[in-house]
Design a protein around this ligand. Structure first.
Ligand SMILES: [Mn+2]
Length: 188
């Protein structure tokens, strides 16, 4: 799988509270998008602690990962987080998200995944997983709320056709909000 990642902090801010973690193992990949609540250093601390916690538990399943992160982040601002798990042997993609993270599958059978309301580290909802087929060439799009919802207007056929890094860079440039940390992952 090829990954395009584009991320930058809120305008004028040194710390980026958005973090990405990609873990490839066996014929699987786990992709996480983490957005530390608020801005600046405290947001960055929460998301980097969350990332470390996922790294320690990445093989244990979504519910377990979210639960561990929730415990780990109790003394922080908390984060919102979306996780995708693609199993290439089973040709499946599974998503679970908490808070304002957007996740889409483009290609054979497009899916707009649903994230549940809540905050990891403060108010964790029951984790719900959504599983769909993943066909070679399908492209995933994962982004934080620093990317404007107008991004849905960006042509899906372009996303499927263009280089993943070029697409991530362009989406960040066109739809990144100045007042928030902004991150987009494009992968296929
Ligand atoms: Mn944000």
């Amino acid at each position: 799988m090829k990954f395009g990642i584009a991320s930058r902090p809120r305008h004028g801010c040194k710390y980026n509270g958005d973090t990405v973690l990609i873990k490839e193992f066996d014929s699987k990949v786990l992709i996480s998008m983490i957005d530390g609540l608020g801005h600046g250093e405290f947001a960055a601390v929460a998301s980097s602690r969350c990332k470390k916690c996922i790294e320690e538990h990445y093989e244990s399943g979504f519910s377990e990962i979210f639960r561990n992160c929730d415990l780990e982040l109790r003394k922080t601002n908390g984060v919102v987080m979306g996780m995708m798990f693609i199993d290439f042997e089973q040709s499946s993609i599974t998503y679970a998200g908490v808070g304002n993270i957007s996740a889409r599958l483009l290609g054979t059978k497009p899916v707009h995944f649903i994230s549940r309301d809540g905050i990891v580290g403060y108010r964790l909802p029951k984790i719900r997983e959504y599983k769909h087929p993943y066909i070679n060439g399908d492209t995933i799009l994962l982004y934080s709320d620093g990317i404007s919802s107008r991004v849905v207007k960006y042509s899906a056929s372009m996303i499927l056709k263009q280089d993943v890094q070029a697409t991530a860079d362009e989406i960040l440039k066109l739809y990144g909000k100045d007042e928030d940390d902004a991150t987009v992952i494009v992968a296929r």
